[in-house]
Structures are given as structure tokens and as C-alpha cells.
Ligand binder design. Structure first.
Ligand code: PXL
Length: 301
């Protein structure tokens, strides 16, 4: 999967296709600072502008940018922009996914890495009215988008939606994890990373299918008995940056899990921070990416 290093930019350029939610730390307000701190340039292709994200907020504003997207892409084509990667997250409408698919297929011909986070919901609750109303339309398109990706990063809810499995909040054993990974790898030809997997009553992990060696892994995320919001976008931002820096999928999944763990530890020290405000990842940015070695948190399953 080295083709994306051949695209000649002074530093890697990632096109981030996400919404911008003004408050609450998800999507672009996480993707941009994290990838910048990793030494990667972010070009933003916003899908929507919201006042806040949609989890635990009511009456948020929502401005759909579907009609802007082709215009932005056309301008970029005109000035000859080439991306080392395209990383997509929250999409506001099924039509946006079609626009994104064509954009990704073009970039793939040039060798771009395609990372798709099929953002659709969490904890079985397809969170927020924005999600639930549009889910039906989005799911089919999202599945198709996963089909062209090099890496997909669904959480367990999204993994179940994609493979047509009933979601359960009970812990999942290794053979079920492997079964989900295998079925997702039939949808996506590349690597599969399932986030927020509860693998026992008191531990969480990330499950990884490495398409190069056809092996399954579990990356330990520790356990915290309090939910956190916005960690999926933090995780996939670090994962994408790490792959672009030359690490393989399991090393990258490991580095990303360590980053989220540290951000959560910071957040726990401040119980006054509400779930909907997201995690305190900012203090971790200045030190975490300078390290040459990271604790190994993964095992093969
Ligand atoms: O990736 C999470 C996310 C992104 N964008 C919006 C959201 C959420 C999760 O709640 O509401 C608007």
C-alpha cells in the first residue's frame, strides 16, 4: 500500500471530508489539529456546518454543503491539487456520498490512500435526528463507499449496520470479532479497523484485520467506566497520519489507541467536563508524536 507515497508533495496532503461542528470537538475541529501536529497538511472539504455536533445537543443549526462540494472539487482540479490521502467521516446526505465516491475514485487513480470512517451512529442509538432521518439512504451508499476504501474504521454499531447484524451492548468474544472483521473485509478490499469494541465486562479494544498478512489483531484500549464522545474521529485522524508516515496498519492502530488513551486520561482528571464536550486531546499533541517507540498494546487473535 505504498503507492500514496509517490504523490509528490513537500509534506503529505490529506483531504479531510467531514462536517465542521463549531462546538463539541468532533470531525474537522479534531482532524485538523491532530494531523497538523503530525506534520501533515489538511485540506478541508466540509460536508456541513453545524453549531454543535448532534449528540446530547438540541436545536443545533445545520447547513448542508452538498452543492458546494462539486464546486470546490472542480476548483481544486483546475489548480492541479493532488492528495496523498482522502479521509472521510460524517456525511450529511446520500448525494454527498456519491460526490465523494467519484472524487475518491479519481484520486485513487493518482495513488491516493482512501480512508473511510462510515460515521452513522454509536451505541446502537443512531445518534441525533440528523443521523436517524437519513440513515436509510446513507447506509447503502456508505457500504458502497467502503468497497473502494483502503481502510475503513466503523465502530461496533456501524460495523453491525454494514454487515446487517443485530447490535448488542454485551461483550464480544474473539470468534465473533473475527467473524465481523471477515464479513467487513468482504465489503472493503482493504484493511478493517473496528473501534470501541467491548471485549469483556471491563475492557475495550480496537479490532484490526490486516489485508496484507490476512491476520486479525486486538489492540487494548484499557477500560474507563464513563463514555466519551468524539474519540472515533481522534482515533482515525491519528491512524491516517501514522499510515502516511510509513507505519503499517497494526502499528498505526496501536499508536492511535495510545493517543486516545492519553486523551481520555486527561479528560478523567476533569470530571466537570461533560461527555458532549469531547476529550482533552490538546495537551497530548505537543509530546506524543515526537516519540520513536510506543507501548505495544496489540495481540494477534
Ligand atoms: O464523527 C462524529 C460526528 C461527526 N459529526 C457530527 C456528529 C458526530 C457525532 O455525534 O454529530 C455532526
Amino acid at each position: 500500500m505504498d503507492r500514496f507515497h509517490e504523490i509528490k508533495n513537500i509534506i503529505p496532503k490529506v483531504c479531510a471530508v467531514h462536517d465542521i461542528s463549531g462546538f463539541g470537538k468532533v470531525s474537522l475541529t479534531e482532524v485538523i489539529p491532530i494531523l497538523s501536529a503530525m506534520g501533515i497538511e489538511v485540506c478541508a472539504l466540509p460536508t456541513a456546518v453545524l453549531s454543535t455536533h448532534t449528540y446530547e445537543f438540541e436545536d443545533f443549526t445545520f447547513c448542508d454543503l452538498t452543492d458546494e462540494m462539486p464546486k470546490i472539487i472542480e476548483h481544486w482540479n483546475k489548480i492541479g491539487l493532488k492528495f496523498n490521502a482522502i479521509y472521510s467521516g460524517y456525511m450529511g446526505s446520500p448525494r454527498q456520498i456519491e460526490i465523494l465516491r467519484d472524487f475518491m475514485l479519481d484520486a485513487k487513480k493518482d495513488g491516493a490512500l482512501l480512508v473511510v470512517d462510515p460515521v452513522m451512529g454509536d451505541n446502537a442509538l443512531v445518534s441525533g435526528a440528523v443521523y436517524s432521518d437519513k440513515l436509510k439512504g446513507i447506509l447503502g451508499n456508505m457500504r458502497e463507499l467502503c468497497g473502494i476504501a483502503d481502510v475503513i474504521t466503523p465502530n461496533v454499531t456501524e460495523a453491525c449496520l454494514l454487515i446487517g447484524e443485530e447490535y448488542s451492548d454485551k461483550p464480544i468474544n474473539n470468534s465473533t470479532i473475527k467473524n465481523y472483521l471477515k464479513r467487513l473485509s468482504e465489503i472493503c478490499a482493504g484493511d478493517v479497523v473496528i473501534t470501541s469494541v467491548m471485549d469483556s465486562e471491563n475492557s475495550m479494544c480496537v479490532a484490526v484485520y490486516d489485508s496484507a498478512d490476512k491476520k486479525c489483531y486486538k489492540v487494548d484500549c484499557g477500560f474507563v467506566n464513563r463514555p466519551f464522545h468524539g474519540t472515533g474521529d481522534v482515533y482515525t485522524s491519528v491512524l491516517t497520519g501514522s499510515i502516511l508516515k510509513g507505519n503499517n496498519i497494526i502499528e498505526s492502530a496501536n499508536i492511535a489507541a495510545g493517543f486516545v488513551y492519553k486523551a481520555i486520561q486527561n479528560t478523567i482528571r476533569h470530571p466537570e467536563i461533560r461527555i458532549r464536550e469531547g476529550v482533552l486531546f490538546e495537551p497530548v499533541l505537543s509530546t506524543y508524536f515526537n516519540k520513536t517507540e510506543y507501548d505495544k498494546r496489540y495481540i494477534e487473535i
